[in-house]
Design a protein around this ligand. Structure first.
Ligand code: FES
Length: 107
């Protein structure tokens, strides 16, 4: 359960099989739209310091633009080398045409 729901973007801002970068509190996130719906994750690859928003989304998978590591955006699971650490994912809610990112309470 999330303690904070952050308004990230309009649902229409993201095409299907695409990704949008979103910065909040000096942290990068990605919002994805796939055939299964909307998903969210950290915006930086777990391999090196690369922004995933410049990557390619195919079906439910994001491919990192730097070394083509792949993650399942629904679960954050690292799918192929060189990535071996899963991506942190976050709950998403779509309401009244807006996409909300669910974050834990601020520390
Ligand atoms: Fe993403 Fe290397 S930085 S796969």
């Amino acid at each position: 359960m999330s303690d904070r729901w952050i308004d990230a973007c309009a649902a229409d801002d993201i095409e299907e099989e695409d990704v949008l970068g979103f910065d909040h509190d000096n942290r990068a996130y990605c919002i994805y739209r796939t055939p299964d719906g909307y998903f969210a994750s950290d915006g930086i690859c777990t391999h090196e310091d690369e922004r995933l928003e410049d990557g390619i989304v195919i079906d439910n998978v994001i491919e990192c633009p730097l070394h083509q590591g792949r993650f399942d955006v629904r679960t954050g699971e690292a799918l192929s080398a060189p990535v071996c650490v899963n991506l942190q994912t976050y709950p998403v809610r779509v309401e009244n045409g807006r996409v909300y990112l669910g974050l834990p309470a601020a520390e």
